[in-house]
Design a protein around this ligand. Structure first.
Ligand SMILES: [Zn+2]
Length: 380
């Protein structure tokens, strides 16, 4: 009898060990995903089930502005045990008959982002200070928030155009961004200039170095914050979670280059894009960014550390375009560790489609390890 007990105990131990191998992730991991609008249900289901089995808990899916897309994919995601969030750009909007061209932001040279977008053709940013813009965006988000198989709305491009580009992008655009230049500085539309004058008495157009006017910076942080908080209140009335992809910091990067004072945003989850290669930084920096975000939020909301994945690791050394840089498989473990040990509630990968088999092998183990997570904030 005693021998049998020992035998069963041994079997039980082996069983538990094997369970541990397949155990539930200890790190919540989201993924930014797109390009499945045209894929059939079976293809989508197969992909979602793979992500789930690797340890992904939820998707931020970018599928445009048609609610039907989110309804179909959301149903499949939730059936696969994944959270599903609609990832929809906010301030960047391409031409549509619903937008008047006067709603676009204007740079310090008086050029509209509609006719003269900065850096790339798609950088058509709206002015966050227009009531028409708020109504247009509210309409889009509420239509999608009504989708049944949807956990939340994920805001992106919820900012001004980069007045300073991340350092790793300077070469690509052949720029040296040692200070704020007027062609990349927004918004100088009549409404923004007029409202700022009424509020502070300062005619910003008459100022030689607008970047030295603290009130002008704060005015623009507040324009974004107010817009986020109004949209978030609308979306929350539909019982959906509100989250946003933000720049790192907020103090180190986000406020300085895209005017996001995101610690003042009344949303549920924050996804700083801690894309270290864009800033010519290492994985230790990812941890520093997580620590800063968690501290600035006073640990009140969960921060998910956005990780940029290198799609072709063997080519990285030769690759000139920073968009094809990112974390190598042998850096991913460190990136995850530095994130969660510095207070992040989890991570978010950009993107699962860029992950190689080697990345997945590292990921699978890394999201199932036990970490020292004293500072971390778990979602409610
Ligand atoms: Zn404006």
């Amino acid at each position: 009898m005693k021998k049998n007990s020992i035998y069963f105990l041994f079997i039980f131990f082996v069983f538990m060990q094997s369970c541990n191998f397949e155990s539930e992730p200890t790190v919540k991991c989201y993924a930014w995903l797109s390009d499945l609008n045209e894929a059939d249900d079976a293809t989508v289901e197969k992909k979602f089930e793979k992500y789930k089995s690797e340890g992904v808990c939820g998707l931020m899916y970018s599928g445009g502005q048609n609610p039907k897309v989110y309804e179909r994919l959301g149903r499949i995601a939730q059936n696969s045990g994944l959270e599903f969030h609609a990832w929809i750009p906010t301030m960047v909007q391409s031409d549509t008959s619903k937008i008047d061209t006067t709603w676009y932001a204007v740079n310090g040279r008086g050029q509209s982002a509609w006719s003269n977008p900065a850096y790339v053709d798609y950088y058509k940013f709206l002015c966050p200070n227009r009531e028409e813009v708020y109504n247009f965006l509210k309409n889009i988000y509420l239509q999608i928030a009504d989708v049944q198989h949807l956990d939340g709305i994920h805001l992106d491009y919820i900012r001004f155009p980069d007045v300073i580009l991340a350092k790793g992008l300077w070469k690509k655009y052949n720029l040296v961004m040692d200070k704020e230049y007027p062609q990349f500085d927004y918004c100088y539309c009549d409404k923004c200039v007029g409202d700022f004058k009424a509020k502070t008495g300062i005619d910003i157009k008459a100022v030689e170095e607008p970047s030295e006017v603290e009130e002008w910076k704060q005015f623009r942080y507040d324009l974004i914050t107010n817009l986020v908080n109004r949209l978030a209140a609308d979306i929350k009335k539909r019982n959906k979670i509100v989250s946003a992809a933000v720049f790192p910091g907020p103090n180190s990067v986000a406020k300085r280059i895209v005017r996001q004072e995101w610690n003042k945003w009344n949303i549920d989850m924050f996804f700083p894009m801690n894309y270290n290669d864009f800033y010519l930084e290492d994985t230790k920096w990812i941890g520093e960014m997580c620590k800063e975000g968690v501290e600035v939020l006073n640990s009140s909301k969960p921060v998910y550390s956005g990780l940029f994945i290198c799609p072709a690791p063997s080519q990285k050394a030769k690759e000139k375009d920073p968009e094809n840089h990112g974390l190598l498989p042998n850096q991913l473990d460190d990136a995850i560790r530095n994130s969660v040990e510095n207070g992040a509630a989890g991570i978010c990968i950009f993107t699962p489609e860029r992950m190689t088999d080697e990345h997945w092998a590292v990921f699978r183990k890394a999201v199932r390890k036990k970490y020292n997570r004293n500072n971390s904030v778990e979602p409610k």
